[in-house]
Design a protein around this ligand. Sequence first.
Ligand SMILES: NC(=O)c1ccc[n+]([C@@H]2O[C@H](COP(=O)([O-])OP(=O)(O)OC[C@H]3O[C@@H](n4cnc5c(N)ncnc54)[C@H](OP(=O)(O)O)[C@@H]3O)[C@@H](O)[C@H]2O)c1
Length: 435
Amino acid sequence: MSGRKLTIGLFGFGVVGEGIYQVLKQTRSFNACIKKICIKHADKKREISESIFTTDADEILSDPEINVVVELTNDPEAAYHIVTTAMKNGKSVVSANKKLIAEHLPELIFLQKKYEVSFLYEAAVCASIPVIRNLEEYYDNDMMQGICGIVNGSTNYILTKMLDDSVSYYDALQEAQLLGFAETDPSLDVEGKDAVNKISILLTHAFGVMVHPDKILCKGITGINHYDSVYAAQNNYKIKLIAQAGKLSGNKLASFVLPQFVTPESQLFNVNKEFNGVVIESVFSDKQFLYGKGAGRFPTASAVLSDLSALRYNYKYEYRRSQSAELPALSEDFYFKVYVSFDSWKAVDIDDFEYLEEMNCRQGRQHLVGVISFQKLQAATWFKKPGISVILWPEAVLENLELRKLKQQSLDLAGVKKEDETEKFILTGHPVVFV
Ligand SMILES: NC(=O)c1ccc[n+]([C@@H]2O[C@H](COP(=O)([O-])OP(=O)(O)OC[C@H]3O[C@@H](n4cnc5c(N)ncnc54)[C@H](OP(=O)(O)O)[C@@H]3O)[C@@H](O)[C@H]2O)c1
């Protein structure tokens, strides 16, 4: 067996922690052993001998024999202390904690470099799918155009159950929790925050830019309801929570996490239940699709195992794209085509829209389809309200030029000869379809 021997201090013995313990037991040829496991609750019943457990983090962090810390807790604050102290003490670190990584990446990269250790986190994004390593290594010299994906297994499980099996939102959420797909705090999943943390990490590896998750527009799936499912089915769409980042003109980037209608032509259409799927688009290779289990004990442990394997050869992420002289900048200067459903027209300010293409004004649940600027959507008070469902249209992002073309087409259709730049476009020239 080649490669250096790994003496591991493991933090966390929950879904993933116990998973990596079992996986390492089954891969005996692997030159690694777990010396100590730090947990939070000493009195919790465990399946293995008590002598390996401790609640004192320093027993691992100050042990010179331990050269690798595997951080699999569910506590991002404790994880920050564990990961930073481990690196300062000369230990390489493997973590699956996307919140910690997304919020502190610049500092963690700095510590990796300063203390000449490795910091790997493949399990933090899409668990078993090797998306980070692929972006780092395979696409190194390619010109990235975009990355989009279903990166949260538990919301995908809930949406699949709601749309395909007509299960209620709450029953589907409970099932996802029982199966171990959901985060300990499920609001991280359903409000889209987990997906935001992941796209923030992917932005670094795909485009070299570091964006704090708070700066990324996001709305989760809590507003999605039966009316939306019926609308999607009637149009042969599925609804998926999509995290995405894509190049705009002028070396600008659009990035956000929102529910989106997905057509059968999209590779993401058949990504169901707890599965994740990521489409990577680059200038030369065009679109490529990665698919696999994005949550659960063994899929997540498999990514941790892969990082441990890479550590035997002192592998590090190089963050080469971040060193580019022409890094793209995150833009707010573009438009979305969106579907919005609500219980009353009073709930939404239609003046926020550039124009509307479809309206249902019948009694009961109602909806519109229209075009709105990113900035207006981000600032709208109605956007964040829980009873309002916002779902992107399949080809949702429009830039200025495209918008002006569409606007002109609509004015032509409506018989308006000369475009008046100052004219308010909402409902003035566009033939709105009432459904
Ligand atoms: N579950 C998944 O499918 C999945 C997928 C990808 C990534 N992840 C990430 O993997 C990490 C672990 O998730 P999980 O699902 O395994 O969580 P979990 O089942 O809730 O287990 C968390 C573990 O962390 C321990 N812990 C909490 N605070 C601690 C502290 N201060 N010091 C030491 N141990 C502490 C807990 O100890 P006790 O046992 O004593 O309570 C428990 O063993 C999270 O960052 C999560 O986001 C999970």
